[in-house]
Design a protein around this ligand. Structure first.
Ligand code: SAM
Length: 347
């Protein structure tokens, strides 16, 4: 007989055992749980408590201590590794746009017409996302940024000035450094690599670039390095990218897709807690930081955002998740694309 599950509202998490649980889990996993939002941790605890039929934090504490496998189950949901290639496709399209326009503003020899990735054609047929402007944020006034007085719509000149401000400098000689944090099992950094590799093939003298990709989850990093994915991760991948960057292998239940070895060469995967350890003293030109801020509490968020501030070059781009914001904490970051959460570091 299937045991009756306890109802979530019957679950009680008292402070003493909550603290003990977090202490125990921190020791076992090296994750600093006290930095995650309380609601988020509690939700995960309650979900597991229902599964193993514990109605109090005390009973769950003794259960997890006696059943080490339970730590893995708890973490499975906690790490939320969900990702897919080109997650929120319009962000990647906009990234390509910004990158290209910034490059063109410095290199007059680049042709206006490049062979478009059919992703773009696919995207044209989609509904345009509704622009949500977060009033709590200081949305950039291009006029203010560029020192213009009038409040006219963005003119060609203003646009050019904006793209010039983005620090994608092909003449600098060293490579453009991109950081993808957290990268989960690699879908995001591989998507960035596909976009840039596609441009590189068409633009002579395309700048060198290197993508660093960090995540705290050892298994996710292992999977990223191996680079084999199932169909779920592929739903936003165009036929063009599939053909150019994947090998499709037939398996009993469908297909697996393995990333081409040459794409892997652009990326260095690093297992690290991005709020603590930093693998390098490199500075970055572009940072993708999507879907981490939503899980962590304000204290850690501020600490973490200072890390980003320190490691991003002036003129660098910061790209957050669709639902994330800088909470007005950093005045030197200007929101230049509200619907896609692109920030420009201006000093
Ligand atoms: C939802 S995924 C985000 C993946 C990707 N950026 C995307 O948008 O598809 C969240 C990831 O954050 C990672 N994570 C959570 N805390 C972290 C930390 N302190 N340092 C590094 N990675 C962390 C988790 O392991 C998980 O893989």
């Amino acid at each position: 007989m299937v045991p009756k599950l306890i109802k979530i509202e019957k679950i009680h998490i008292d402070e003493d055992y909550y603290a003990l649980l977090l202490k125990f889990l921190s020791q076992e996993t090296n994750l600093n749980f006290k930095y995650y939002r309380r609601k988020f941790v509690e939700r995960r605890l309650k979900a597991r408590m229902i599964r193993v039929n514990c109605s109090t934090a005390a009973s769950y504490y003794y259960y997890i201590k006696d059943n080490k496998k339970e730590i893995e189950y708890f973490l499975d949901g906690f790490n939320i590794n969900y990702s897919c290639f080109f997650r929120n496709w319009e962000i990647f399209q906009q990234f390509e746009n910004f990158f290209l326009k910034s490059l063109k503003s410095k290199r007059k020899d680049i042709l206006t017409k490049l062979t478009p990735d059919p992703n773009r054609i696919k995207q044209k047929s989609r509904k345009k996302p509704i622009k949500k402007i977060d009033k709590s944020e200081d949305r950039i006034s291009f006029n203010k940024l560029m020192g213009f007085k009038s409040k006219m719509a963005l003119s060609f000149l203003e646009e050019t000035l904006l793209y010039k401000k983005i620090n994608i400098n092909s003449n600098r000689g060293d490579s453009i450094n991109i950081w993808s944090i957290p990268c989960a099992s690699g879908e995001e950094p591989y998507s960035i690599a596909m976009i840039l590799d596609n441009l590189k093939k068409q633009i002579p003298g395309f700048p060198r670039f290197k993508i660093y990709a960090s995540d705290i989850d050892r298994d996710a990093i292992k999977k990223a390095r191996i680079g084999i994915y199932n169909e779920n991760a592929m739903k936003e991948v165009s036929k063009y990218n599939e053909k150019n960057y994947f090998n499709k292998v037939s398996i009993r239940s469908g297909f697996k897709y393995s990333i081409n070895e040459n794409l892997k060469e652009y990326i260095e995967f690093i297992e690290e807690d991005v709020t603590k350890e930093l693998h390098t003293n490199l500075k970055y030109d572009i940072i993708f930081c999507r879907y981490l801020l939503i899980y962590i509490n304000q204290k850690l968020r501020n600490k973490f955002l200072s890390i980003i501030d320190n490691w991003l070059n002036p003129g660098g781009l910061l790209i957050l998740g669709k639902t994330e914001t800088l909470y007005n904490s950093f005045k030197n970051f200007k929101l230049i694309d509200p619907s896609n959460r692109f920030y420009l570091k201006i000093e």
